[in-house]
Design a protein around this ligand. Structure first.
Ligand SMILES: Nc1nc2c(ncn2[C@@H]2O[C@H](COP(=O)(O)OP(=O)(O)OP(=O)(O)O)[C@@H](O)[C@H]2O)c(=O)[nH]1
Ligand SMILES: [Mg+2]
Length: 334
């Protein structure tokens, strides 16, 4: 939304994302190491980081690092040996070497192929692919890096979008709340007087458990939250837009059996469909579930989205703008 409706991010904000990306990289890698340990999968230590020109720029400890193994790098990461707090400095090269060794290791690749079953966030595949760029001198996160960064919202964040042609010269006030269970008790302070609910669910989350209880799947949790808030007085009679998001991941990772395991009532639809048809059936299934628990179906709009694809989102947001404009006109006429 910031990228579409404002001038985007300034350099100061971009640099803050360096820390988020660092934290994402470290947290996900620690989860991968934990998954390897729990399943007793040893590192194969089959990756060698060469003394490339990139590493030759290193800060003194290059020689010892090139002799490092993935296993030893993982231990150093666990011991907190790659700290980073000052976003005006480059990310530590020593961490680059460690992550190259770890991320390229054959054992790690087997975990990454099934990241969703280990509670590892999906953005790690993207960040591992871009390590060289992220760890280069004077790196500044790009829009794509920012879109891939995972920074759980804590508290209530209001953004004002100034009037533009796309908002029909109206000002939008967007209130972003955190989705995690611990955040939800704060919602009561933010929903008073809102005109429209934009509810975003992870359509690929049917086989991903939520971090808070390690058992509920993310889509089931989304239906549960939606049911609670849509029946509250704040949204009574208000239009609702539901984004079935992460469609890219649903398309690439969909597994028919784990989908029917997560939603047994789906089975009747799914018998012998082609993959494309199956995706359509899943979207119809999700949509029906959302509509079934909506007190009024008339003003519920469901869109499939891929939030990291700005061009695609631009198109979706145009129809969201239409709904907002219609809604405001109705309010004026009342
Ligand atoms: N592949 C893919 N990744 C996505 C898509 N949408 C969001 N993500 C990723 O999912 C993560 C979402 O992170 P956040 O923005 O913190 O999510 P959030 O829903 O606001 O989470 P809370 O603030 O905790 O409610 C980021 O890593 C994004 O890159 C998508 O359509 N496709
Ligand atoms: Mg958020």
């Amino acid at each position: 939304m910031r990228l579409l409706h404002t001038t985007g991010f300034n350099d100061h904000e971009r640099l803050r994302y360096k820390l988020v990306i660092y934290e994402n990289l470290v947290a996900s890698t620690l989860k991968i190491i934990d998954a390897l340990n729990r399943h007793r999968i040893p590192f194969t230590n089959d990756v060698k980081v060469q003394s490339t020109s990139f590493l030759a720029l290193n800060d003194g400890d290059t020689k010892s690092l090139t002799a490092l193994t993935a296993e030893a790098a993982a231990k150093d990461l666990l011991d907190g040996k790659y700290p980073y707090t000052n976003t005006h400095k480059d990310l530590p090269r020593s961490l680059y070497v460690a992550l190259r060794l770890i991320s390229g290791d054959a054992a790690v690749q087997t975990v990454l192929d099934k990241y969703y079953s280990y509670g590892i966030t999906d953005n790690i595949v993207y960040f591992y692919r871009n390590l060289e760029r992220i760890f280069a001198t004077s790196y500044v996160p790009t829009n794509s890096d920012i879109l891939h960064a995972r920074a759980p919202t804590s508290g209530i964040h209001e953004t004002i979008f100034e009037p533009t042609k796309s908002t029909n010269h109206m000002t939008y006030r967007m209130i972003d709340v955190g989705g995690q269970r611990s955040e939800r008790r704060k919602w009561i302070h933010s929903f008073e007087g809102v005109d429209l609910l934009l509810f975003i669910a992870n359509a690929a989350g049917y086989n991903q458990i939520i971090e808070e209880d390690n058992s509920t799947n993310q889509m089931e949790e989304a239906f549960m939250i939606y049911r609670q808030i849509i029946n509250s007085h704040w949204f009574s009679g208000k239009p609702v837009i539901i984004f079935l998001n992460k469609m890219d991941l649903l398309r690439t990772n969909l597994n028919r059996d784990s989908f029917t395991a997560a939603f047994p009532s789906f089975e009747q639809f799914a018998l012998k469909s082609s993959k494309k048809r199956l995706i359509d059936q899943i979207l119809a299934f999700y949509t029906k579930r959302f509509l079934d628990i909506s007190p009024s179906r008339d003003a519920v709009y469901v869109h499939e989205t891929t939030a990291i694809d700005t061009e695609l989102i631009k198109k979706t947001m145009m129809s969201v703008d239409d709904i907002i404009i219609q809604q405001s006109l109705q309010k004026l006429l009342m």
